[in-house]
Design a protein around this ligand. Structure first.
Ligand SMILES: O=C(O)CCC(=O)C(=O)O
Ligand SMILES: [Fe+2]
Length: 323
């Protein structure tokens, strides 16, 4: 039993309702601060690059993180989400597609308290699934619009995580872990979950602006908003229906979503590198080197830029459910 191990009641709740909120699983100082510090540097690099290429009138170096990000997006007219993400896009990967695979992120993927909780839910042989994101969402009213007048990065449509990976992972026990870097509430875009929705199987998803979406007519039951504090973590079953609220606050909404599955099961995005995060059976197989992790992402980018990408999505807008 580790510090982050779940109680039997917590494990039961996860299986019964399809989600579990664990308050204070992570330490805001020891676990969250290093991530924030690392991303200060990433934002600084982005500002420097955009300033050098003439896309910004200033690097906004005096602003606090959130306000600086908002100004940079506004002044450049673009949401630079990929620059911060520790994954690659689902299409059109280029040799210079930016991503961030830094040591503080890697240490978070291997955070012992997090892995203790994951172990309680999927067992001790734990693979870090490469379907993972940082989400930095500006207030919607300040977010640049795309060509058709929609905010470039807004609320997340209603979906199941099983629906956004390929069918090859349908038998995989993918566990989603979502946590905020700053407190979240309805006002700044916290998550919404549909309790017990993991019992209905995989629902139809339709391609839409902002991502795959389950049509409203397929939803049943009452949704529950999930306000959370820094340090809290939300665990979701891969079939749990969820979405996010819009960010209507004056600052960014900042979260990580990570995924884990038992070692040996397909991840659903085989072109991306996962790694053994914990193995009680074979501790030697664990990846412990952040630089090696970053190299694997760079190699995957290289390969995808050269060879192109297979299909990422099984859904079609022409299906009956989407009519
Ligand atoms: O953070 C969000 O807005 C969406 C997160 C999500 O869908 C997930 O973590 O699976
Ligand atoms: Fe999701």
């Amino acid at each position: 039993m580790g510090m982050g191990s779940l109680t039997e009641a917590q494990v039961d709740q996860f299986h019964r309702e399809g989600y579990l909120l664990v308050e204070g699983l992570l330490d805001p100082q020891a676990d969250i601060e290093p991530i924030i510090a690392e991303y200060q540097g990433v934002l600084d690099s982005l500002a420097g690059e955009l300033y050098a290429s003439g896309e910004l009138p200033s690097t906004y170096a005096d602003l606090p993180f959130g306000q600086r990000l908002i100004e940079i997006y506004k002044a450049s007219g673009k949401v630079h989400a990929q620059y911060f993400d520790f994954s690659l896009p689902q299409a059109d990967v280029r040799e210079d597609t930016p991503f961030w695979a830094g040591p503080a992120v890697f240490n978070t993927l291997r955070n012992p308290r997090l892995l203790d909780a994951v172990e309680s839910l999927i067992g001790p042989e734990i693979y870090s699934n490469p379907v993972q994101h940082v989400r930095l969402k500006p207030p919607e009213q300040l977010t640049p619009k795309d060509g058709s007048g929609r905010v470039q990065l807004g609320k997340t449509p209603v979906h199941q995580d099983n629906g956004v990976v390929l069918a090859e992972a349908d038998q995989t026990d993918i566990l989603t872990v979502w946590f905020p870097l700053w407190d979240v509430a309805v006002q700044n875009g916290c998550l919404v979950v549909w309790p017990n929705s993991h019992r209905q199987g995989l629902l139809d998803h339709c391609p839409s602006h902002g991502g795959l979406r389950i049509p409203g007519k397929l939803l049943s039951g009452k949704a529950r908003s999930m306000p959370m504090r820094r340090g809290d973590a939300l665990f979701m079953h891969k079939l749990t229906v969820h979405a996010s609220h819009s960010n209507h606050s004056a600052d960014i909404r900042w979260s990580f979503d990570l995924r884990y599955n038992p070692i040996g099961q397909p991840t659903g995005r085989s072109a991306f590198p996962g790694f053994v995060a914990r193995s009680r059976a074979n501790p030697q197989s664990e990846l412990r080197d952040p630089a090696e992790w970053a190299r694997r992402w760079a190699a995957a980018r290289q390969e995808l830029a050269a060879a192109g990408m297979g299909p990422f999505n099984r859904w079609s807008a022409d299906s009956l459910a989407c009519a």
